[in-house]
Design a protein around this ligand. Structure first.
Ligand code: F6R
Length: 247
């Protein structure tokens, strides 16, 4: 289903509430909530609202385990552009999550260690019973995570090559496209698909053409987000700009 909100602020508060409700339900039953998280500008207001819920309404993240979708490769965690830095600044530094419950693909691995790391990432998710909820943005190539065009529907966590357009879109963060890594480690389409709930968010008219393709286009590896049409558990959460080309 597609839900369109008047603006990204209202939409983000609703997504944060969904996450908070999941966390609280698990707390009540004495269990853990396993969340798949995204970086980029799209989820920032969701994280702001989660921080507010923690600080002002006592929402605790002690029972939360997180797995981030992706990280550039190679990438030092302390670098300004790393997704570790992003997550710390936008969420983790402001809540009471246990550091040992946070998982982000490791951009510092030697090339020969990547495959084993990726298999273990999948195994860790599985051993926890799978992802309860996966939060997604969408790239203008149609990527989810860093699953660029050509990604297989059953792909797992792996090292990928970033699309040229994705590197152009990241150029500003890196002070020029030439500084954007050419590779990343990402959860696969298959990893994402196994989550019990998937929430894909998109804001602004800039995302309208790719949202039209993702929601209404033919299902194809040319636009990996179209695979989500096959899921019974996905919600596309849009603002009016991102929804503006839907029929
Ligand atoms: C980020 C990720 C990417 C982004 C996408 C949109 O962890 O996996 O798929 O969600 O590139 O980025 P923004 O939100 O910056 O437009």
């Amino acid at each position: 289903p597609v839900t369109v909100y008047p603006n990204q602020q209202i939409a983000s508060v609703q997504v944060a509430k969904r996450i908070a409700d999941l966390i609280k339900a698990r707390q009540t039953s004495g269990g853990k909530a396993v969340l798949g998280l995204a970086t980029g500008v799209t989820p920032i207001k969701v994280y702001q609202e989660l921080v507010r819920l923690h600080k002002e309404e006592g929402l605790s993240f002690k029972n939360v385990i997180t797995f981030n979708l992706d990280e550039y490769y190679p990438m030092q965690p302390t670098a300004a552009q790393s997704y570790v830095t992003f997550m710390n600044e936008n969420l983790f530094d402001h809540i009471d999550i246990e550091k040992s419950n946070i998982h982000i693909p490791d951009g510092t691995l030697s090339p020969d260690a990547v495959a084993a790391f990726c298999l273990n990432y999948e195994k860790q998710i599985e051993e926890l019973g799978g992802l309860d909820m996966q939060i997604l943005g969408i790239g203008r190539t149609g990527h989810i995570g860093f699953n660029e065009p050509g990604s297989a529907p059953n792909s797992g966590t792996r090292l990928v090559t970033l699309d040229d357009l994705t590197r152009s879109d990241a150029a500003r963060d890196f002070g020029g496209k030439q500084n954007v890594p050419t590779k990343a480690i990402t959860m696969g389409v298959g990893t994402i698909f196994k989550a019990r709930e998937i929430v894909l968010m998109a804001w602004s008219q800039k995302k309208a053409p790719i949202i039209k393709k993702a929601v209404e286009g033919e299902i194809s590896g040319d636009v990996p987000a179209t695979y989500l049409q096959l899921s019974q558990h996905v919600e596309f959460v849009l603002d009016e700009g991102a929804a503006s080309e839907l029929t």
